[in-house]
Design a binder for this molecule. Structure first.
Ligand SMILES: Cc1ncc(C[n+]2csc(CCOP(=O)(O)OP(=O)(O)O)c2C)c(N)n1
Ligand SMILES: [Mg+2]
Length: 554
């Protein structure tokens, strides 16, 4: 579309801001840097785009990644060169492993300083070569709109992921006349072939122990519902892959649990004895497959149908009997035409799987004086609104959350498939900014929380009134668990001397309270949720209770 301001000169920074605006960007995350001042200055004149400046680029990148997860369009992050980009790399890695659309923009040294190792200069194409779907440097201000449009296509198409664009300082301040801009990018997607759908129907008819394994990204509320409806009509068990538990309402009779770290042994046994697995959207990654042990590679013992938007993910580890490369929306629509005759063995298989899930996901009260995490997660599961967003990072505390929380709507679980500590708080801030009226609860272990506690200041500044639940056991519990299993009694580097979390949170402007008993949680949560500002609840939990099933001391 030709620019209205014909023959008007604009800077590279203005072109970049305008190109983003035309992609319907309404928020960018950043830590400011002198290397991209022309972009910040262009955003000064653009009220449609709000600029959220975080305290650490790792947090800013996590916020942008979470925004990408929530919207399905690239989350946008701006950082400065060397130190800013290296900090932000954690969010790019998460976007890659989590298949999330995201664009990281990095201010770069001017073109005439390049390759001298100028101040904070890094070759970002090389640095992000293995972390991003595409990493490029824009050398010509006139081509900024072309690069932005391509970045959107790359980030959103096939298996979604991160793009990194490096912006030499002088390109951003260069003058351009009459730039032209692309329309908002719509990701291209293939539709399933009729013959493949016939084969799928035939395989399902022949199966008595089938499982639909749901995962990945690129889902919409409608496509999730189509898969659920298909499972319901045909009595098929639905299982979620690692940290994709929100794709299907966990309360429905077809949902039978999730795979990942600390899985239900009953469920993994069921996967192994299934006679057909239809994996839809999932990559069949390491955690989903219990370390590549649920299926034999390269040819699984179960019949395997693999449906994924990206042909490059098909046959990557496991050779499917039937591969379908197509968009999930089209696949969901196509399922409405498949009907499988009823079969009592299949109905019993579903019933047993569902019963086992309900048993595994119902908290059993723990003895002792500490706060019982099972009871806390159970209470939240029963009291949060259906559209509440729950986030977490990495640590054993997530085992309770994933096991006992019943997720109910797509895009309500922000949990890093990458297993990155520190993700939960920044992700929850992004969620609260995206949906200010919805409840947002961040779970963080003490170790996890201490990665980005300062972002409470960002939440206060932008009125992101989330509730952060800090699960304090005084240790890096996950690593202590592995240590005790492999090197019993030889504890090293896993104790944490913690700050006073309540005082820390209050100093940053949050409401804060310490919860020392299980019964005290409900009241503390209500006060936190009604505080009218970001809130932190510190839960004192038993350091010996490393998981619901694993205690250090009898
Ligand atoms: C950024 C990052 N650093 C290190 C790790 C390795 N790691 C995984 S879990 C964990 C401990 C988490 O501790 P905490 O948040 O206190 O949770 P807990 O296990 O005690 O419940 C560590 C160090 C990681 N996953 N991510
Ligand atoms: Mg801990």
């Amino acid at each position: 579309m030709p620019d209205e301001r014909n023959n008007v000169q604009v800077t590279g920074g203005q072109v970049l801001a305008e190109a983003l605006r035309r992609q319907r960007v309404d928020r960018v995350y950043c830590v400011p840097g002198e290397s991209y001042l022309p972009v910040l200055d262009a955003l000064y004149d653009m009220p449609e785009i709000s600029v959220v400046s975080a305290r650490h680029e790792g947090a800013a990148a996590n916020m942008a990644e979470a925004d990408g997860k929530l919207t399905g369009r690239p989350g946008i992050c701006f950082v400065t060169r060397g130190p800013g980009a290296t900090h932000a790399s954690v969010g790019v890695h998460t976007a890659f492993q989590d298949s999330t659309p995201m664009i990281l923009f990095i201010g770069q040294v001017a073109r005439d300083a390049r390759d001298r190792e100028g101040f904070q200069e890094v070759d970002f194409r090389a640095m992000f070569g293995a972390l991003a779907k595409w990493a490029a440097e824009i050398d010509d201000a006139a081509r900024i709109p072309e690069y932005i449009a391509r970045a959107y296509h790359v980030a959103m198409s096939g298996r979604a992921g991160p793009v990194v664009l490096s912006l030499p300082e002088d390109v951003l301040s260069a003058a351009i006349t009459s730039p032209t801009y692309a329309q908002p990018v719509v990701a291209a997607a293939a539709a399933p072939r009729a013959a493949d759908l016939d084969s799928l129907a035939a395989m399902l008819k022949a199966a008595s122990r089938p499982i639909l394994l749901i995962g990945g990204t690129g889902w919409t509320r409608e496509s999730c519902h189509s898969v659920f409806d298909f499972a319901r009509r045909n009595a098929l068990p639905l299982v979620a892959s690692w940290r994709r538990q929100d794709l299907i309402d966990n309360r429905c009779e077809n949902y039978c649990g999730h795979l990942g770290l600390g899985p239900d042994p009953n469920l993994t046994a069921r996967l192994k004895s299934a006679d057909l697995v239809v994996a839809i959207g999932s990559r069949l990654g390491e955690n989903t497959t219990s370390g590549y042990s649920l299926f034999t590679s390269p040819v699984p013992q179960q019949a395997l149908v693999h449906v994924h938007p990206d042909p490059n993910e098909l046959g990557r580890v496991y050779q499917p009997g039937l591969s379908i490369a197509c968009g999930l929306a089209d696949f969901g629509n196509a399922l409405s035409s498949i009907e499988i005759p009823g079969n009592e063995r299949r109905a019993a298989w579903l019933r047993e799987a569902r019963e086992a899930y309900v048993k595994f996901s119902t908290p059993v009260p723990l003895a002792g004086d500490y706060v019982d995490m099972g009871a806390v997660v159970g209470w939240l599961s029963g009291h949060l609104a259906d559209d509440a967003i729950v986030t977490n990072g990495a640590g054993n505390y997530t085992v309770w959350l994933h096991r006992y929380f019943r997720y109910r709507q797509p895009r309500t679980e922000l949990a890093p498939v990458s297993g990155a500590m520190g993700y939960g708080v920044p992700a929850a801030i992004a969620a609260k900014l995206r949906y200010p009226k919805r409840e947002v609860v961040a779970f963080a272990g003490d170790g996890c929380f201490l990665m980005y506690p300062q972002e409470i200041g960002t939440a206060v500044q932008h009125r992101a009134n989330l509730v952060i639940v800090v699960v304090n056991n005084g240790i890096y519990g996950t690593i202590r668990m592995h240590q005790e299993r492999r090197y019993p009694g030889r504890v090293i580097a896993t104790d944490i001397i913690n700050p006073d979390f309540v005082a820390l949170a209050r100093s940053l402007g949050a409401f804060a309270a310490r919860v020392e008993t299980t019964d005290g949680f409900a009241d503390a949560y209500r006060r936190a949720a009604e505080a009218g500002r970001p809130a932190v609840l510190e839960l004192r939990v038993d350091p010996d209770q490393l998981t619901p099933a694993y205690r250090l001391k009898a």
